[in-house]
Ligand binder design. Structure first.
Ligand code: NAP
Length: 347
């Protein structure tokens, strides 16, 4: 029976993906570096398990030989993805992860040729960041093929998990990013704000360096990309303040302190069930044409588990594209509509 490895299965998102996979009758191998946690999780779900650190190259290679692909859930991915993707290239196994970090997407894009030579698919970002927004971007580009500018926005992630907060904290002080004339360009944190009409709700959005600044370019070829999110006024104030004190927050002692303050876990089942996400996107071309579209769906971590497993199922069925891929580039703009409960509306 074809199987796959969930590495970092004991993390908040890894565990949620594991639970959903079991509910779907899938039988992944659960893996991670913490023997006690991985063993107890495997017992709970009656799943096979392996314990190894990413520094154990021999074990990593041996475990990869057993599977079709890895669904890498151990982030921050700027610290863990290089080792895992290199092992996938060595062993000719597909690589999926749930990163949202621009630098990681760009590093993966540079591996396109090697992935093609190995006959594998490298697809980072199979979670909330970037599956729905990537599909929305591709849908907009398909509707207005001459588009030169893409603006995306999302709202409603709800409470965030330990790993998401750890990744955001690690990147504090690095400022923002947009894509301009095809190049990823640094901009100040909270560079721009604007009103966003999500359909059911209107909110003020603020630019953030979300994964699509990297990925939407590969999915659509659109050279100018901005991504907005909605955040409470207090967070927006802090983000603007980080322009001035970001360097201090990025120092080792400050990072050690801040990382220790982050609570473990993430939204519980009730919070996830009550959560909802809204996405909006707009493309324009040089002739002044404009197309808008919106997506609505479930809470962000639930969507992450559903989209990651949807792509996992496709690979197990032999449906994959070799090389560096984004979700919509390989599977098309309607991939997100395969997730029950997600709706798209054009205007
Ligand atoms: N794209 C998306 O939409 C999306 C959605 C959800 C999460 N994420 C990202 O996914 C990552 C995980 O988030 P989370 O909240 O699930 O995190 P978490 O609860 O903190 O779990 C992190 C997992 O990664 C493992 N890990 C971390 N560093 C490692 C290393 N150097 N070597 C081996 N294992 C390591 C941890 O193992 P130990 O327990 O042994 O420390 C744990 O299993 C974060 O980067 C987050 O931003 C992205």
């Amino acid at each position: 029976m074809k199987t796959f490895l969930i590495y970092g299965a004991n993390g908040y998102t890894g565990e949620l993906i594991t639970r959903f996979a079991v509910e779907r009758g899938m039988k992944p191998i659960l893996a991670g570096r913490n023997a006690e946690k991985i063993e107890s999780l495997a017992k709970q779900y009656d799943m096979p398990f392996r314990v190894f650190g990413l520094d154990d190259k021999e074990k990593l290679d041996a475990e990869l030989r057993e599977v079709e692909f890895v669904l890498h859930c151990a982030g921050p991915f700027s610290l863990t993805s290089k080792t895992m993707v290199e092992a996938c290239l060595r062993n000719k196994k597909h690589y999926l992860d749930i990163t949202g970090e621009i630098a990681v997407f760009e590093a993966m894009a540079r591996l396109d040729k090697k992935a093609n030579e190995a006959g594998i698919m490298i697809m980072p970002g199979v979670g909330f960041d970037v599956v729905p927004s990537d599909c929305l971007a591709k849908h907009l580009k398909d509707t207005l093929p001459g588009a030169t500018n893409l603006t995306l926005a999302f709202y409603g992630m709800g409470r965030i998990s330990h790993g998401t907060q750890a990744t955001m904290t690690m990147n504090v002080g690095k400022g923002g990013a947009i894509r301009k004339n095809g190049e990823i360009t640094s901009v100040p944190a909270a560079y721009k704000t604007r009103e966003i009409d999500f359909g059911e709700v209107k909110k003020t959005g603020v630019t953030i360096p979300w994964g699509d600044v990297s990925t939407a370019f590969y999915s659509t070829g659109i050279p100018n990309i901005e991504v907005y999110t909605v955040m409470p006024a207090s967070n927006l104030k802090m983000l603007k303040l980080s322009r001035y004190i970001g360097w201090l927050l990025a120092t080792k002692p400050a990072q050690n302190y801040l990382q220790k303050q982050i609570p473990t876990g993430g939204p519980n089942d009730k919070e996830r069930a009550q959560g909802k996400t809204y996405l909006w996107g707009e493309v324009t071309d040089e002739k002044g044409n404009k197309v808008e579209s919106r997506l609505q769906g479930m809470e962000g971590y639930t969507m992450t588990a559903l989209t990651a497993l949807k792509i996992a199922e496709k690979i197990l069925d032999g449906n994959f594209c070799t090389g560096f891929q984004t979700p919509a580039k390989c599977y098309g703009a309607d991939l997100i509509l395969e997730i029950e409960g997600v709706e798209r509306a054009d205007s």
